[in-house]
Design a binder for this molecule. Structure first.
Ligand SMILES: [Zn+2]
Length: 108
């Protein structure tokens, strides 16, 4: 194992983050803090630090590597979609139905 290969694992985590976002519910606790479900049933606390600085996550992966994990990517994706949705509809959160409708539109 090498500590210098960063790009490939990050790419993998982005993809896993996308899957996580599609499959699980992310909760915005306020002030840039999100609760993101982990694959093994627990939840992790992600802090996206809205005013700059370093994102952080409470999962073992982030604590060990100090690089953005899939939970951070999931929360980032969720936040960007949530902002876009609230600009259009003033709703704070995307419903699963709205996400599915959006995916249908993109696929059509
Ligand atoms: Zn994490």
């Amino acid at each position: 194992m090498s500590n210098t290969t960063v790009a490939a694992p990050i790419r993998e985590r982005v993809l896993r983050g996308l899957v996580l976002h599609a499959d699980h519910e992310i909760t915005h606790e306020g002030h840039g803090v999100y609760t993101v479900p982990g694959c093994s049933g627990g939840t992790y606390r992600v802090d996206l630090v809205p005013f700059g600085g370093e994102e952080s996550c409470s999962c073992p992966d982030f604590l060990r590597h100090k690089t953005p994990c899939k939970h951070i990517f999931s929360a980032t994706i969720w936040r960007s979609k949530s902002r876009a949705a609230s600009l259009r509809t003033q709703r704070p959160k995307l419903s699963p139905e709205a996400v599915e409708a959006g995916l249908d539109r993109m696929g059509a």
